[in-house]
Design a protein around this ligand. Structure first.
Ligand SMILES: Cc1cc2nc3c(=O)[nH]c(=O)nc-3n(C[C@H](O)[C@H](O)[C@H](O)COP(=O)(O)OP(=O)(O)OC[C@H]3O[C@@H](n4cnc5c(N)ncnc54)[C@H](O)[C@@H]3O)c2cc1C
Ligand SMILES: *[C@@H]1O[C@H](CO)[C@@H](O)[C@H](O)[C@H]1NC(C)=O
Ligand SMILES: *[C@@H]1O[C@H](CO)[C@@H](O)[C@H](O)[C@H]1NC(C)=O
Ligand SMILES: *[C@@H]1O[C@H](CO)[C@@H](O)[C@H](O)[C@H]1NC(C)=O
Length: 544
């Protein structure tokens, strides 16, 4: 009886041949050994793809080989908070080796009623690509074996599969040309699959905009398991996937991106000031005035770092920059617009664009560019929590003084200020879902991090929330904007109660997307009416 129901549910989607297969597999299963979710999934995949997949290299389950399972789960997961023993774990992990496996996985998770999470580069700040706290059991599809990159210099474009990192993409571009680049993230280990879904900013954003502003086409698996491209998905969905956040509309298989010109020689510098070297905050105040107005070839971010121990704790302020031009031109620009920093010829290092990627990513100098192929960040992994803000008026000296005070209270705190302006101020807010454009001087990222051995991790979370509330008067308001790729569940989250979800989501949705949120909701309701793609901060359906 039960088997009969299962079969009749399957009939509409399986072909005649696979219908026979079904009976073959039923015959081989003895009634005394009930099938596991993985067996059911594997059987279903076989019926829905004709590209075979060696089980040992594509399926990882705790019951089969727990150390291998843990290794795969941990591989690209960046935030140790979400790997702790108390976090829910996927029933099993599947690593597709063919795009048809991704399609089949959508069809099979739907059919078997098991919640699906998927991961490209594993950098989600709240671990949503590999942990579901909202819904268990769940399974994980890891796209890391789908990482082909195809560069076409003749027409200034490239196709990159979702599992590739941005570092790999940059490396493959540089392999073909010294004068082409792409303006996505500055941290090389991030996945191109997830990153562009939220915007993707980096050192060339003031000149060329975001990664999401430079997408020409995409291949995506929708909620029905169909592969769509720009033409077949239509302009609404194509708009939504370039900034509307990961895992709400479908699974990106590959992005087609537009390459941008870069000079043969670029210049980088990092100038660090101690508290004593900028007592009156004159340098930092001047940065706030020029950061978004200086020539768009120049990107100067500020990294605030808390160092030292009790007794000699201090905050360093590092001006870390990329200039799309040579040393001489850079020194001229700085002398004219930002002499307070005191940049000297000795501070400036000329290099190729691809070398600057390694430098800005934070690897030690002289690290070979091949490090970009390893998909690893320069620092060991930690537990972390981060938040973001956008600043539209320079923060007055009094505000800065209190901010430094708060930083000194942190045990391990970082703050990164990221300049806007340039083309970012010219692209309309509604061009893609990413709305933080005109009027933004800079974005703040707050980070706190700690090792697994830390006995009182909650104090770091307390610190960052306190810092965030201190900053309220100095940052954007109504809404207090936030960057969706710096996912922050403090802003609100979905539960299984869809009605409450919508009201809550209007709050965090406005922060991430401003008015674009309404259009995202309409598109979501159209392309995924059953809410197959759901997580703690997925775009909700219009309430009915
Ligand atoms: C160390 C570090 C540095 C960073 N640097 C930058 C930076 O310089 N610039 C910047 O803009 N951002 C940066 N980020 C943020 C980063 O862009 C986001 O975390 C991004 O979502 C990561 O993409 P991913 O593929 O690595 O992550 P994942 O964790 O794999 O995915 C993130 C989200 O997208 C979904 N997703 C994953 N793959 C797909 C897919 N193929 N199709 C649809 N949805 C998918 C996931 O389910 C999840 O919800 C950084 C993050 C970290 C941890
Ligand atoms: C799978 O089989 C179908 C029909 O038999 C065929 O059209 C298709 O090309 C095959 N796909 C692959 C990837 O082999
Ligand atoms: C911040 O300071 C700590 C302690 O000195 C150091 O280990 C870390 O690398 C610094 N981080 C950055 C981003 O500069
Ligand atoms: C001060 O901090 C530095 C590291 O930042 C450390 O090497 C040094 O020992 C500290 N001195 C004291 C007195 O704690």
């Amino acid at each position: 009886m039960a088997a009969g129901i299962v079969i009749s549910k399957l009939i509409p989607i399986i072909s005649y041949v696979s219908f026979l297969d079904l009976f073959v597999s039923f015959n081989t299963i003895t009634p005394t050994s009930p099938t596991s979710p993985q067996d059911d999934f594997v059987n279903c995949l076989h019926r829905n793809t004709n590209v075979s997949f060696p089980l040992e290299q594509t399926f990882f389950a705790p019951s089969k080989n727990v150390s291998m399972y843990n290794e795969v789960l941990e591989s690209t997961a960046q935030n140790l908070r979400f790997l702790s023993t108390t976090m829910p774990k996927p029933e099993f992990i599947f690593k597709p080796i063919d795009e048809s496996h991704v399609q089949a996985s959508v069809i099979c998770s739907k059919k078997l009623g098991i919640h699906l999470r998927f991961r490209s580069g594993g950098h989600d700040y709240e671990g949503l690509s590999y942990v579901s706290e909202m819904e268990t059991p769940f399974i994980l599809m890891d796209l890391s074996k789908l990482r082909e990159i195809d560069i076409n210099i003749e027409d200034n474009s490239a196709w990159a599969q979702a599992g590739a990192t941005v570092g790999e993409l940059y490396y493959r571009i540089a392999e073909k040309s010294q004068v082409h680049g792409f303006p996505a993230g500055l941290c090389s280990s991030v996945g191109i699959g997830g990153q562009i879904t939220g915007g993707a900013y980096g050192t060339m954003m003031r000149k060329y905009g975001l990664g999401g502003d430079n997408v020409l086409d995409a291949k995506i698996v929708d909620a029905n398991g169909k592969v769509l491209d720009r033409t077949s998905m239509g302009e609404d969905m194509f708009w939504a996937i370039r900034g509307g956040g990961g895992a709400s509309f479908g699974i990106i298989l590959a992005w087609k991106i537009k390459l941008v010109p870069v000079p043969k020689t670029v210049t980088v510098f990092t100038v660090t000031k101690t508290l004593e070297q900028d007592v009156g905050k004159k340098i930092l105040s001047k940065w706030q005035v020029v950061a978004d107005k200086i020539v768009e070839e120049l990107f100067i971010r500020v990294i605030f770092n808390v160092t030292g121990n009790i007794g000699n704790k201090t905050v360093t302020t590092s001006y870390n920059a990329l200039f799309l031009g040579n040393k001489g031109m850079l020194l001229e620009v700085m002398k004219k617009s930002f002499p307070e920093l005191g940049l000297t010829r000795k501070d400036c290092v000329e290099m190729s664009w691809i070398e600057s990627v390694v430098y800005i990513s934070g690897f030690p100098s002289q690290t070979p560019i091949e490090v970009l192929l390893q998909g690893k960040p320069p620092k060991p992994k930690a537990n972390f929590k981060a938040k973001s803000d956008f600043v539209k008026n320079p923060i007055p000296e009094s505000g800065l003084a209190g901010m430094f005070q708060k930083l000194l209270e942190a045990d391990s705190g970082l703050m990164i200020w990221n300049p806007y302006g340039g083309i970012m101020a010219e692209i309309p807010e509604s061009q893609i879902p990413f709305p933080h454009r005109k009027g933004v001087i800079f974005k703040i990222q707050y980070i706190t991090y700690w090792p697994n051995s830390d006995k009182r991790p909650s104090r770091h979370i307390y610190w960052i929330r306190d810092m965030y509330s201190y900053m309220m008067p100095y940052v954007s308001s109504n809404p207090r904007e936030a960057y969706v790729n710096y996912r922050d569940l403090d802003l609100g989250q979905n539960t299984k109660n869809t009605k409450i979800n919508f009201e809550q989501a209007q709050v965090w949705g406005a922060k991430y997307f401003k008015d674009n949120f309404n259009r995202l909701v309409r598109i979501k309701s159209k392309v995924d009416p059953e809410n197959f793609f759901r997580h703690e901060q997925s775009i909700p359906l219009l309430p009915v």
